[in-house]
Design a protein around this ligand. Structure first.
Ligand code: ITT
Length: 190
């Protein structure tokens, strides 16, 4: 029987990426987009865990929450946990402008995924290192995907299918790890 789990997000792309990972593990994710959590803070792990606990209390059912950000080395980790706001305000063009003439293009995406359920909260993280391209390429994915080239690749995330992005992404790693821990807990005797 498929285990069902509510993924609290308003982002369809995140849902599709995580959904594919979950499905390969026999778990069906349901998109719970009617709950707006929007917690702010400078620590992805803390945001994910707190949001999951709040969502679990409000919905009274097991929930998955995932929080991610892009950390650019030459900008001392900016925009990091504020990626959503930065994407909505200055966007990709603004980021590229900040990096104009900058040689060090190293950056990484980080994801923190938390599941809150009857027996507590589980947390896992994932990271993917890469570089910021000098111009946007590709129209798949979302957010900063058109300018992020994972290490060992020439294509940006926006030039990859979801399956290809999932082989490398921060989100796929974090979601897989937290779901593995969840499945283990479900079969464990209390
Ligand atoms: P929810 O909070 O509703 O889940 P969100 O879009 O706000 O959706 P996050 O807070 O996790 O998602 O992500 C913050 C931003 O970081 C996101 O809006 C993107 O701009 C960027 N981002 C995160 N993961 C990304 C990815 O895999 N590819 C491209 N950009 C990403």
């Amino acid at each position: 029987m498929l285990t069902k789990l509510c993924f609290v997000t308003s982002n369809t792309h995140k849902f599709l990426e995580a959904g594919l990972v979950a499905r390969s593990m026999g778990i069906e994710l349901e998109m719970c987009s009617n709950l707006k959590l929007e917690l702010q803070g400078d620590n992805l792990e803390e945001i994910a865990m707190k949001s999951a606990m709040i969502a679990y209390t409000m919905l009274s059912r097991p929930v998955l929450v995932e929080d991610a950000g892009l950390f650019v080395e030459a900008l001392n980790g900016f925009p990091g946990p504020y990626s959503s706001y930065v994407y909505k305000t200055i966007g990709i063009r603004g980021l590229l402008k900040l990096l104009e003439g900058v040689e060090n293009r190293a950056a990484y995406f980080k994801s923190a995924a938390a599941i809150a359920f009857e027996r507590g909260v589980l947390l896992a993280t994932g990271e993917v290192r890469g570089t910021i391209s000098t111009e946007p390429r590709g129209d798949l994915g979302f957010g900063f995907d058109p300018v992020f080239v994972p290490l060992g690749e020439t294509r940006t995330f926006a030039e990859m299918t979801i399956e290809e992005k999932n082989l490398r992404s921060h989100r796929a790693q974090a979601v897989r790890k937290v779901l593995e821990a969840y499945v283990k807990k479900l079969v464990e005797p209390r």
